[in-house]
Design a binder for this molecule. Structure first.
Ligand SMILES: Nc1ncnc2c1ncn2[C@@H]1O[C@H](COP(=O)(O)OP(=O)(O)OP(=O)(O)O)[C@@H](O)[C@H]1O
Length: 329
C-alpha cells in the first residue's frame, strides 16, 4: 500500500543517454499543499525527470516515489497522480465530453467523473464541441481535465503555461493554487520564471541536469541583493572604510566600487566621515530573473546578461549550491 502522503520524493536520480548526463544525482521532495515549480532552461533535464517520476523512463540510478512507492507499484495510479506531459492530440471526430468519457471508460471511472472534470476546468459549456475548434488554452484545459479524471492527489504538469496568453496563465494559476490549497500536490515545470513566479510556493531549479536551487520562492526573493555603485576620489581609502564597517566591496573594471547590501546613503555617510570625495553613485537591485540566470550559470536565455559589472555577480553553479542559497549569491 502507498502511504497516502501526497509526497513526491526524488533521491539520487540520474539518467544517462550514452555520453550525455541528462539528469545528474537529483534530490528533492514535493509536498502536499504546495505548488512546486520545476524550473530550468531548455534541455536542462526537466521532461526527463518528470518522465522518470511517472515511470515512463527508467533511471540510470536513483529513485522517484509518489506516496512512498515507485509509479509502477501504485495500486490505482490514476487516483494518486494525474499528469499532462505533451501537447495532447484529440480524436477529430469526438467531442470534448466523448474524449473524456473514452478515457474514463479505459480507467474504469464513471461518466459523471468526466463531466465533473470538464466543469472543474471550466469547459462544461464546450462539452459538446470538438477540440479541433478549440483555442490552445481550451485544449490545455481539456488535457488537464483528462489528468483530473481519477480525482488524483498529485498533479504533474510539463510546461502547462507554454503558449498560454496572460488570461490563460491567470486561470491556470488560480486553478493550481486552489488545487494545492485543498491539500493536494502540484509539480509543474517551466523554462520561464516569469510565467510561474506568481503561481509557485516552492522552486526546484535545475541546470544541465543538476539541482542548483531547492527552496521557497520567498527565500529566493529575499536573496535578491542590492548594491551601491560608487565613484570615489580615493577608492582604496573608501574601500578600507567600508570594509571596516562590515560591507563587502568589489572593484569594477571601470574604477568604481560595488558595495554589496548597501544603498547610496549608507555609502555617502561613510565617505563623508572618512573625508573621501564622491563623484557619482548609483543604487542597483538584482532581480529574480537575473538570479535565475546566475543560478543556471548563463544557460537561461530569458534575460540578457546584466550590464556593466555583471562579472561581479556571475559565478558558475557548483555542487555545493545544491541546497538553498544560504545568502551566498
Ligand atoms: N531519448 C533521448 N536520447 C538522447 N538524448 C536525450 C533523450 N531525451 C532527452 N535527451 C537529452 O537530454 C537532455 C535533457 O532533455 P529534457 O527534454 O529532459 O530537457 P528539458 O529541460 O525538458 O528541455 P525543454 O525545456 O526544451 O523541454 C537534452 O540534452 C536532451 O537533448
Amino acid at each position: 500500500m502507498h502511504d497516502g502522503s501526497g509526497r513526491i520524493i526524488v533521491q539520487g536520480l540520474s539518467k544517462r543517454y550514452g555520453p550525455l548526463s541528462a539528469v545528474q544525482d537529483l534530490d528533492f521532495a514535493v509536498r502536499p499543499g504546495t505548488v512546486t515549480g520545476f524550473l530550468g532552461p531548455n534541455g536542462s533535464g526537466k521532461t526527463t525527470t518528470l518522465r522518470m517520476i511517472l515511470g515512463l523512463i527508467t533511471p540510470t540510478s536513483g529513485t522517484a516515489t509518489i506516496n512512498g512507492l515507485p509509479f509502477h507499484q501504485l495500486p490505482n495510479p490514476a487516483s494518486v497522480i494525474g499528469a499532462v506531459l505533451d501537447a495532447q492530440s484529440f480524436h477529430p471526430g469526438r467531442t470534448a465530453q466523448n474524449h473524456l468519457r473514452c478515457y474514463a471508460a479505459a480507467m474504469n471511472v464513471p461518466d459523471e467523473q468526466a463531466d465533473r472534470a470538464l466543469e472543474l476546468v471550466g469547459l462544461a459549456p464546450a462539452a459538446k464541441r470538438k477540440p479541433s475548434g478549440f483555442s490552445l488554452g481550451m485544449r490545455q484545459r481539456l488535457s488537464l481535465a483528462t489528468a483530473l479524471l481519477g480525482d488524483p492527489q498529485v498533479l504533474v504538469l510539463d510546461e502547462p503555461a507554454n503558449g498560454l496568453d496572460p488570461e490563460g496563465i491567470a486561470w491556470l494559476r488560480n486553478f493550481l493554487k486552489a488545487f494545492a490549497a485543498s491539500g493536494r500536490t502540484v509539480l509543474m515545470s517551466s523554462h520561464f520564471l516569469r510565467e510561474i513566479e506568481h503561481t509557485v510556493d516552492q522552486l526546484v531549479v535545475i541546470s544541465r541536469g543538476r539541482c542548483v536551487y531547492d527552496g521557497s520562492i520567498d527565500q529566493l526573493r529575499s536573496a535578491q541583493q542590492s548594491r551601491a555603485l560608487v565613484q570615489a576620489a580615493d577608492p582604496g581609502a573608501l574601500a578600507a572604510e567600508l570594509q571596516a564597517s562590515g560591507y563587502r566591496v568589489e572593484s569594477l573594471p571601470d574604477g568604481r566600487l560595488a558595495v554589496l547590501g548597501a544603498d547610496s546613503r549608507q555609502v555617502a555617510d561613510i565617505a563623508l566621515a572618512a573625508g573621501v570625495a564622491l563623484y557619482g553613485m548609483q543604487d542597483e537591485r538584482i532581480g529574480l530573473e537575473q538570479l535565475f540566470f546566475q543560478l543556471t550559470s548563463g544557460q537561461y536565455t530569458g534575460v540578457p546578461q546584466a550590464g556593466p559589472g555583471a562579472e561581479v555577480w556571475a559565478r558558475p553553479a557548483q555542487s555545493g549550491d545544491q541546497r538553498g542559497l544560504g545568502g551566498s549569491v
